[in-house]
Design a protein around this ligand. Structure first.
Ligand SMILES: [Zn+2]
Length: 118
């Protein structure tokens, strides 16, 4: 898998955990965070997000920030040739690659990062 894509997925996961904390739900949290209070857990998540962000190129970092703050997700799956950010069919040449996750794909229609669940 493309290393930036891996980082983006990890960051998205952390953002979702953070959102769950904001909404008062802690069930989705990793076991390691259970011992902490919500505020500490949010601090820990943000520190990890900041750390991961440093691995991204500047344009990916900006795109991620924009997407995660304005949409539900920054990275969306492509299932049966359809982008789950906008439900528009993805050009077939992309999906025909041996492993499309080796590239960092951005949807030409909605601008989300895309990944192909195996
Ligand atoms: Zn799309």
């Amino acid at each position: 898998m493309h290393d930036q894509l891996e980082t983006l997925l990890e960051m998205q996961d952390l953002h979702m955990q953070r959102r769950a904390l904001d909404e008062g739900g802690v069930r989705e949290l990793e076991t390691g965070l259970f011992e902490m209070g919500a505020e500490q857990a949010i601090d820990a998540l943000e520190a990890k997000i900041t750390e991961l962000e440093l691995r991204l190129g500047k344009s990916n970092q900006e795109r991620f920030r924009h997407l995660i703050s304005t949409r539900q997700r920054a990275v969306v799956p492509v299932l049966a040739g359809v982008c789950y950010g906008c439900f528009v069919a993805v050009p077939t040449s992309w999906a025909a690659d041996a492993d499309p996750n080796d590239k960092l794909n951005v949807c030409q229609s909605c601008g989300h990062f895309q990944y192909y669940p195996s």
